[in-house]
Design a protein around this ligand. Structure first.
Ligand SMILES: O=C(O)CCC(=O)C(=O)O
Length: 255
């Protein structure tokens, strides 16, 4: 599923690309949904077992008085919890997309499941991924895979085309009308330039780690389950300046 020259050029212009066609067939999608739900069910109500609610409003995520009405649920490193998600890292169509954009020596930065439950799914504020990561060089790409149809009603991705070329913006702690969101960063974005990227279940979009993006709350009656894999060219340095040589090599060789 290598990208065409036209698609690669589109990604270079816009800093994101909606993938044409499916990356998961129905059978694969069903298995991933089943394992996703099982993990979220198993981890619900636990603390410190990999499940976070990024939509917590309060002084800190652990704050006893924090408002947890909205949920933007996250499980990091799904591949460590579940064999189907470990296998997904090596799924050829996904690696082909990544290779088209970052070359043939590909390591995992990390992966994450991002679940916006129906009716009370929380927002993810405008940000650039590399504001969190501080990776160098900032050439990572993320493949965002829809496990449910994701559209403007249930919180699909919104992006600012071309923003990845404009450098890293100064981010602050995210805030809502209710108060601070300790888990999230936020930056002012020119929302007039924003474009929604609806993605059907089993399909994907890919974005650059410097692309400004955001997702709205989910007030619809449909869940929005998504899985994101963040790929880096081998040799990428973390925020401490260290080459991340221990991260999984997914294709090619370490450099
Ligand atoms: O899935 C979401 O709601 C947010 C996704 C996101 O910020 C990302 O993939 O970097």
């Amino acid at each position: 599923m290598k990208l065409t020259q036209r698609e690669i050029q589109q990604f270079k212009n816009d800093g994101y690309l909606k993938i044409d066609g499916r990356v998961l067939d129905d059978e694969h999608l069903d298995v991933l949904r089943e394992h996703y739900d099982a993990l979220f069910t198993q981890k619900r109500g636990t603390i410190g077992e990999g499940l976070r609610n990024l939509a917590v409003v309060g002084e800190s995520e652990g704050d006893e008085d924090a408002d947890r009405e909205e949920e933007m649920l996250q499980i990091m490193e799904m591949w460590r919890h579940d064999e189907e998600y470990r296998k997904l890292l090596y799924h050829e169509p996904l690696l082909d997309i990544a290779e088209s954009l970052i070359g043939s020596d590909i390591q995992l930065f990390h992966d994450q499941a991002l679940y916006k439950p129906a009716f009370h799914g929380g927002e993810v504020h405008w940000h650039q991924d590399n504001a969190y990561w501080q990776c160098d060089p900032p050439n990572l790409v993320s493949i965002w895979i829809a496990l449910d149809n994701a559209d403007e009603e249930n919180g699909c991705m919104n992006v600012i085309p071309g923003s990845y070329i404009e450098g890293l913006a100064a981010h602050g702690r995210a805030k809502s009308e209710k108060g601070n969101l300790p888990a999230l960063l936020q930056v002012d974005a020119d929302v007039d330039r924003a474009v929604p990227v609806p993605v059907e279940a089993g399909s994907a979009m890919v974005h650059h780690c410097m692309t400004l993006h955001q997702t709205n709350p989910n007030r619809s009656s449909r869940d929005r389950r998504a899985m994101v894999i963040h790929y880096m060219p081998s040799g990428t340095r973390n925020g401490n300046g260290d080459v991340m040589k221990d991260n999984l090599l997914l294709r090619g060789k370490l450099s």
